[in-house]
Ligand binder design. Structure first.
Ligand code: IPE
Ligand code: IPE
Ligand code: MG
Length: 272
């Protein structure tokens, strides 16, 4: 199995285009309220935005898109809103997963699925199986997801499989049990809707992610909002604990390597 990487153990390779973008899609309710519509109209509209976001990510060469659709705390909402969201989830699973497959997209869901009705669990599992070999984009939907739940379930699973680790274990032992163990840590986190918080999203994985907050409400999010986030990302200096001076030195060394490549050497940066 391919081992997931950890930004606190090894400095990750970075690029001007983020490889993994994780988004908290917030502001659907307010978008609807501004239009004197029921909150759920905002959720419905939000699904269209998801389609646009997927397309924009593919066009920009992003490999992983992770979307927070329903948090472990969203069960605290009014029953009618929850039931609308569940129905919407079923409709989307029924209608969209085939389209994802046709477009070469791998579909994944992370979160505590045991709380969903069997029909939803079956749709998810079929969709994941059908799209498993696709490589154009990995789309992960976080549903009944909580960052704390993820860490807890990972520790539990690890200890069930390796009871001997109870006295001492390393990051490497644990991270393979985190639910998103197939993706690199997000390079760029975006939250729409104006709030500047993580709301129990990918707590472990956001350790060194660049954070971007926008007032744009999720139904109004577009390719140009994504571009603003990417532009902001491109201005960040990702130090991973090092100093600016160290970064400049390693950049100079890399530049020199590019100017005078060894004879017959292959520039692996072109092979991604
Ligand atoms: C995000 O939009 C979608 C979900 C949490 C399901 P909200 O429903 O939180 O919208 P606001 O924040 O109330 O505007
Ligand atoms: C976070 O949004 C969860 C999702 C977008 C799915 P919330 O609207 O639930 O977050 P809080 O309650 O404002 O922190
Ligand atoms: Mg909200």
């Amino acid at each position: 199995m391919h081992l997931p990487s950890s930004s606190t153990r090894e400095i990750p390779k970075t690029d001007i285009i983020p490889k993994h973008v994780a988004i908290i899609m917030d502001g659907n309710g307010r978008w609807a309220k501004e239009r004197f519509m029921p909150r759920v109209a905002g959720h419905k509209r939000g699904v269209e935005t998801v389609r646009a976001a997927i397309k924009a990510c593919i066009e920009r060469g992003i490999s992983y898109l992770t979307l927070f659709a329903f948090s472990s705390e969203n069960w605290r909402r009014p029953a009618e809103e929850i039931s609308f969201l569940m129905q919407l989830f079923i409709t989307v699973l029924e209608q969209e997963v085939v389209k994802l497959h046709e477009n070469g997209i791998r579909f994944k869901v992370i979160g505590d699925l045991s709380k969903f009705e069997p029909k939803i669990i079956e749709f998810i599992s079929n969709g994941e199986k059908m799209t498993a070999a696709n490589t154009r984009l990995t789309l992960t939907i976080a549903a009944n997801y909580g960052g704390r739940w993820d860490i807890m379930q990972a520790v539990r699973k690890m200890l069930v499989q390796h009871p001997n680790l109870k006295d001492n274990f390393e990051e490497e032992d644990l991270i393979q049990y985190l639910s998103i163990n197939y993706a690199p840590e997000p390079d760029l986190f975006i939250r729409t809707g104006g709030e500047q918080r993580i709301s129990n999203f990918l707590l472990w994985h956001l350790a060194y992610t660049e954070l971007y907050f926008t007032d744009t409400l999720w139904p109004d999010f577009s390719a140009s909002t994504l571009d603003l986030a990417i532009q902001s990302y491109q201005q960040r200096e990702r130090r991973f604990g090092r100093t600016s001076e160290q970064l400049r030195t390693s950049k100079t060394i890399n530049k020199m390597r590019k100017i005078s490549p060894k004879k017959n050497s292959i520039n692996i940066t072109h092979f991604t």
